[in-house]
Design a binder for this molecule. Structure first.
Ligand code: GSH
Length: 222
């Protein structure tokens, strides 16, 4: 049996996506915390860049029964797709090609349009270049999330059932739930987004989603 090690950070929404998928598919794993703030950001250390030259979390290491490295993977969506292919049950992608594409469309709104502009490194660069404080950085993140949630809300209104895409949990929920957490953290008024809020609440009832929340991680800091 393969063993899995997830290098991540409790509050990282991209690590959180992978935690959800691992839990949902019943894959047990070891957590290795990478503190994104301590020591100037442990993701920048040479030892971590050996694992992930880009200097971001998550990184998932997969080892075979003999301990030999099977894969060292970064980019949360690539990891999610890998887990889907290696552990197809229970599925996180529908079978119909159009529905699969729609699921990925929702994932990419979060992954490509929203998350990168509200990332820690962007806020740090704002501070370095323009002297912004924490409140201004949070406001930056809030506005970008809010802007894209307007479109995401419309998309989800058309696709949702109990969850983001119909009545089965999917990768879309895996992406949306941590992003809604970020939205609340940065002060987005989620009452403006009732469908995203409903999807977040429904997915949040699943044990795998519950186990993946930041407060339940070994490196959690309140
Ligand atoms: N597209 C990447 C993004 C990874 C990423 O940006 N992770 C954040 C944490 S959520 C990070 O490591 N940030 C480090 C930094 O900003 O310095 C993925 O989906 O894995």
């Amino acid at each position: 049996m393969n063993t899995y090690t997830l290098h991540g950070y409790f509050r990282s929404s991209t690590s959180w996506r992978v935690r959800i998928a691992l839990g949902f598919k019943g894959v047990s794993y070891e957590t290795v915390p990478v503190h994104l703030l301590r020591d100037g950001g442990q993701q920048h250390s040479e030892s971590y860049r050996e694992l992930n030259p880009v200097g971001e979390v998550p990184t998932l290491e997969v080892r075979g029964p003999d301990g030999a490295l099977v894969a060292r993977l970064a980019q949360s969506v690539a990891i999610l797709e890998y887990l889907e292919e290696t552990h197809p049950e229970p599925p996180l992608l529908p079978t119909d090609p159009v529905q699969r594409a729609k699921t990925r469309q929702l994932v990419e709104v979060v992954n490509s349009s929203i998350h990168p502009v509200q990332n820690l490194k962007v806020m740090r660069q704002l501070t370095a270049d323009f002297g912004t404080d924490r409140a201004a950085n949070f406001d930056w993140a809030r506005r970008w999330i809010d802007r894209h949630f307007v479109g995401l809300e419309r998309l989800v209104t058309a696709t949702r059932g109990r969850f983001a895409l119909g009545d089965d949990l999917s990768l879309a929920d895996v992406a949306i739930v941590p992003q809604v957490f970020n939205a609340r953290r940065f002060g987005v008024d989620m009452e403006r987004f009732p469908n995203l809020s409903a999807v977040d609440a429904a997915a949040g009832e699943h044990p795998a989603f519950q186990a993946a929340v930041p407060a339940r991680q070994p490196d959690f800091e309140g």
